[in-house]
Design a protein around this ligand. Structure first.
Ligand code: SF4
Length: 339
């Protein structure tokens, strides 16, 4: 059926995961045109990162013939992390605010292209924070999408939407799935010939306990989150020297290269040249005292960590002076490491 003969047009929140793919397929089966949006953020929901909420959306889009638009949430997403109206989940994941933001963006697109409604792959009761019934209703009310938000996988357990009431969608052909089991989804995937789908992801980087500890520390000590600060949270070991100053120490060559790439003229750079050494960046107050502390921390992670003294170069200083320092002791580092 050509697009102009379709019965309607929906916007799909599409992560590339099984549930959102099935939601799309249930629409295509009812001759509904689908325009899918895959959202990206700085927290792992990008196509090259398997820790994300979803995965590459293109294979399914190509196979089944629907359009995908990529949309980066950028600063809007950072804003909700700084101040989520509905709070955080177990870690620093503001899932309810995140869903509201994604749906608000989808609503804009729906209005722009004159689509009829929005679908998501949400399954009632599947995720504790964002997919319990009152949360599903809450995001609907917050986004002004009452009647326009269809969850095809759990539709039979929810109030009928406008598209079901006006006959555009046959409610009987929708699903009534709830809970964490995937039995029905796997059955549907077989029915649709969908055989290449990722395992369910546990969520974006904000659901990671260690990343969240670092993010909390950053929020406590910064007025505004910058993209660079957020990206640096993924790299290296982090040590807080004072409320303004942090030292980041690369854990391997890849991280050393990443730290080099993120280096700014106002960051301190400390490294024990000529021996196996991490790259360390000092972000904040690069006083002599703090650079010396950074040198001691760096020395601890060099190949000479068992020596009484290690020569460490203050690379970021104009004349690149070297100082001789004792490696920091693990028992001292445990108090300042942001784990
Ligand atoms: S885990 Fe939560 S905060 Fe992270 S992208 Fe998914 S819904 Fe949004």
């Amino acid at each position: 059926m050509s697009e102009k003969n379709k019965k309607g047009h929906c916007i799909a929140l599409f992560s590339g995961g099984l549930d959102s793919a099935l939601a799309v397929l249930l629409m295509l089966r009812q001759d509904i045109e689908v325009t899918a949006i895959t959202f990206m953020t700085h927290f792992g929901c990008d196509l090259g990162d398997r820790s994300s909420c979803g995965s590459n959306p293109y294979p399914a889009a190509e196979k089944y013939g629907f359009n995908v638009k990529l949309m980066h949430l950028g600063q809007k997403f950072v804003d909700i992390i700084e101040k989520p109206k509905y709070g955080y989940g177990k870690n620093m994941n503001p899932c309810t605010d995140c869903r509201i933001l994604m749906l608000a963006e989808a609503k804009n697109l729906m209005e722009m292209v004159n689509a009829d409604f929005i679908i998501t792959g949400e399954v009632m009761g599947q995720r504790p924070m964002s997919q319990v019934k009152h949360k599903l209703n809450l995001v609907e009310n917050e986004t002004g999408l009452k009647g326009k938000l269809l969850r095809p996988l759990s539709a039979k357990l929810l109030a009928p939407t406008d598209a079901e009431l006006n006959g555009m969608i046959d409610r009987e052909k929708l699903e009534g799935i709830s809970g964490r089991g995937r039995y029905r989804q796997i059955e549907l995937a077989k029915e649709f010939g969908l055989d290449d789908y990722p395992n369910p992801a546990s969520g974006c980087l904000l659901t990671d306990a260690n990343y969240s500890i670092r993010l909390r520390d950053l929020l406590k000590h910064s007025e505004r989150l910058t993209f660079d600060d957020l990206n640096l949270l993924r790299i290296g070991r982090h040590f807080r020297l004072d409320s303004n100053t942090k030292v980041i120490v690369g854990r391997d060559e890849k991280e050393n290269n990443q730290l080099e790439a993120y280096k700014k003229p106002h960051y301190g750079h400390v490294e024990a040249l000529g021996i196996g050494s991490p790259v360390s960046l000092v972000i904040g107050d690069c006083s002599d005292e703090n650079l010396k502390k950074a040198a001691m921390i760096t020395a601890r992670f060099t190949s000479a960590r068992k020596e009484a003294e290690v020569k460490v170069t203050l690379v970021s200083k104009d004349s690149q002076p070297a100082i001789i320092v004792p490696p920091a002791k693990d028992e001292d580092l445990q108090y300042i490491q942001i784990k």
